[in-house]
Design a protein around this ligand. Sequence first.
Ligand code: AMP
Length: 423
Amino acid sequence: MLTTRPRGTNDILPGEVEKWQYLEELARNVCKQYGYHEIRTPIFEHTELFLRGVGETTDIVEKEMYSFLDRGERNITLRPEGTAPTVRAFLENKLYAQPQPTKLFYIGPMFRYDRPQAGRYRQFHQFGIEVFGSNHPSVDAEVIGLACDYLERLGLDNLEVHINTVGCPECRKKHKESLIAFFEDKKDQLCETCGGRLEKNPLRILDCKSPLCQELSENAPTTLSSACPECQIHFQQVQEYLTEIGIKYTINPRLVRGLDYYTNTAFEILVQGIGAQSALCGGGRYNGLIEQCGGKPTPGIGFALGMERLLLTLNQQEKSLPESGTPDIFIASIGAEAQKASFKLAIDLRKKGFIVEKDYLDKSLKAQLKTADRFQVKYTLILGEEELAGGKVLLRDMAGSEQIEISISEIEDFLERRLQKNE
Ligand code: AMP
């Protein structure tokens, strides 16, 4: 136990963490260009927020939340997703009083008691964006476009954008009735969960993973066929805006979100080749959510993109990310006096902006040079008692093994020239 992490969690180790930093920085840069601002909400919230904001009949709320009573007997839940907390923060901090729409993004850990497998964890990370305060179809296209832009900048291939519309609450009422009529005589063949869903939430049968339910719902009436003229026009306009920015999409009538506050556009970005967990990113419009969470009726739309799945995809497609963190120089020393001087020199050079590694174990010079090689530094500074007495150090070019003597006062200038010119 003491040396085993909880099931479904991951350690992100040095070597891997640089990739995360790169992906996070790229997300921040892309968001900045599109005018989205970062928000950081707490890792835990009142459980009630997710009951309302995610929905009591969802898998997340029914089976996946990490909920507990805190020492003050409050019902607390580790956040399973980022939209409800962002809506809560929007309302609590009156962000609606600022010029609208409000465009936000977040990057952080989420927690779901899910069955762990490749691409599915109990602690995972999402990069997500939310726009509150505009129902304009160009916003739908911008949100989808931002996700595509991000993924394309990483050089990913085989991405598929699936879109659909679930209409407004009026369209869904109509659709619900036609679904109940459609499944009436198939009720006994549906899986147990869907059998129970039929009267309450038949829309969710459409995204049930059971092969039989999928087969039975093959010819079920689509949400698009029940969409009112206004919702049809909105969907049509979203498509026009997507075409305008060159995004290829597939209309997928099975793509639905079963709760009342989801409206109009639903979308997913899928990637071939990472098996069952092929959804990299999912999102959609939720014009009823802010009201559901206690605010004034305000349109909203967003997406969440899974970072672990993104990394799996990058590995699978053999896309390399720029490496970082290699030290500029290693300082080797021989003898106690030189160790002390190397300690000071390392800190002085770090303060000047160099990435410096040194020996901390009083190893032999040979062993220190081996360590320097392992760090893949271009140069090693060698401090011996003799050089030190003369105010000098040896500078060793690790590639050619040549050594020259330079004075300590010149090191900074010298390294600056050498490292900049990449000689
Ligand atoms: P969702 O919030 O369920 O719409 O999921 C949005 C994205 O988050 C998915 O497309 C995945 O990339 C990622 N995701 C969701 N659940 C998990 C999980 N348990 N483990 C890893 N990634 C996840």
